[in-house]
Design a protein around this ligand. Structure first.
Ligand SMILES: NC(=O)c1ccc[n+]([C@@H]2O[C@H](COP(=O)([O-])OP(=O)(O)OC[C@H]3O[C@@H](n4cnc5c(N)ncnc54)[C@H](OP(=O)(O)O)[C@@H]3O)[C@@H](O)[C@H]2O)c1
Length: 323
């Protein structure tokens, strides 16, 4: 079967398509024919081995796993003798985390991994595309803070993968939502349900006087210090982006401030929490409370081009690859 393989960290050129043996499921595993996978910003960071301390988990000198890719939607082609929760022909969506393996025609996963049935009204592209943004958002909105009805929620990077999911989920949870994006993406963010849209190219957020209960800086571009004056007392600042300065703030500043800064590496949490969030994503999709924004779809052969596009930092929502 065709699969992407890497032998080191680097730019998109490290992604090579190779012929490798099709896997066979062990007794507790399912064999999935992958119909679509997504190129997340996180998977491009994993390709580069950045930030460098991430290599403690990914592999110090080179990636521990050869086939990258963490999100997928597909159909079950075979099951091991002990599998009871899935059957051949089931349509599923799954997140593989650090085990990766999604940039391939097939993958074997343990039947108790982060896998859920895919709603019948959702395409493989829509299913894989939403996993990263929506699961990350739900993790932050459940475990790092709790969104309450009528709270004011600010989503920075509202046109990205996490941002497009976060705008919709915050709205669904009853929040009053303000999205920050560039001029060209204002209509998109409005269509997703944002009550207000601010343009970052015109510095509209920093110029405004409004205060929020939650600021979710999905792209790690806001300053915690500059944003603090826009937080209500006890308001929280959430970020999924770990940088050296975030680390310093988390250790030395946030614990002593009434406006907490919170970070989580959601893909490193216990599988039971990741399954909980993926079930909620599935249910949101099934009831059409969440839609996947798809920017571009590439064939597997153009994996390097797909990664280069995601590297640009300009994608709207999600980028999909069809193996
Ligand atoms: N901690 C975790 O568990 C976790 C999980 C998943 C992802 N992440 C990380 O979260 C980050 C975001 O991921 P993502 O997939 O949502 O990103 P993404 O989709 O690649 O973000 C791209 C979007 O960001 C917008 N953007 C760029 N600069 C901006 C700025 N200064 N202000 C506001 N918007 C801006 C772009 O719009 P324009 O083109 O208009 O600028 C574009 O639409 C990544 O660093 C990723 O590694 C962390």
């Amino acid at each position: 079967m065709k699969a992407v393989q890497v032998s080191g960290y680097g730019g998109p050129e490290v992604l090579k398509i190779k012929e490798i043996p099709k896997p066979t499921p062990k007794s507790n595993e399912i064999l999935i024919k992958i119909e679509a996978t997504s190129i997340t910003a996180a998977s491009t960071m994993m390709r580069m081995g950045k930030p460098k301390f991430g290599r403690l988990f990914l592999g110090l000198r080179k990636p521990k796993v050869k086939t990258p890719g963490t999100d997928l939607a597909g159909i079950i082609e075979a099951i091991g003798s002990e599998v009871v929760n899935f059957k051949i022909g089931d349509q599923i969506m799954a997140e593989t985390g650090l085990n990766c393996g999604a940039y391939a025609k097939y993958i074997c996963l343990p039947s108790d991994a982060v896998i859920v049935h895919r709603p019948t009204n959702i395409s493989p592209e829509e299913a894989t595309g939403i996993i990263d943004g929506a699961s990350t958002t739900l993790a932050f909105f459940t475990d790092q803070t709790t969104i309450k009805r009528d709270q004011r929620i600010l989503i920075n990077g509202a046109s990205g993968s996490i941002g497009t999911a976060a705008v919709q989920i915050a709205k669904e949870m009853g929040g009053e939502v303000t999205g920050i994006c560039s001029t060209k993406n204002k209509a998109l963010v409005q269509d997703l349900g944002a009550d207000y849209v601010l343009d970052y190219t015109k510095n509209e957020f920093l110029k405004s006087k409004k205060k929020y209960d939650v600021i979710f800086d999905t792209v790690g571009k806001l300053s915690y210090f500059k944003s603090k004056k826009h937080l209500k007392s006890n308001g929280v600042f959430l970020t999924p982006v770990m940088t050296f300065s975030t680390l310093i703030l988390l250790i030395f500043v946030s614990p002593f401030s009434k406006n907490k800064l919170k970070f989580a590496a959601t893909g490193l949490r216990k599988e039971e929490l990741q399954i909980r969030d993926l079930i909620r994503v599935r249910d949101f999709l099934a009831s059409e409370k969440l839609k996947t924004v798809i920017d571009r779809v590439y064939p597997l052969e153009k994996i390097q081009e797909a990664h280069s596009y995601v590297d640009s930092g300009r994608k709207k929502g999600n980028v999909i690859v069809i193996p």
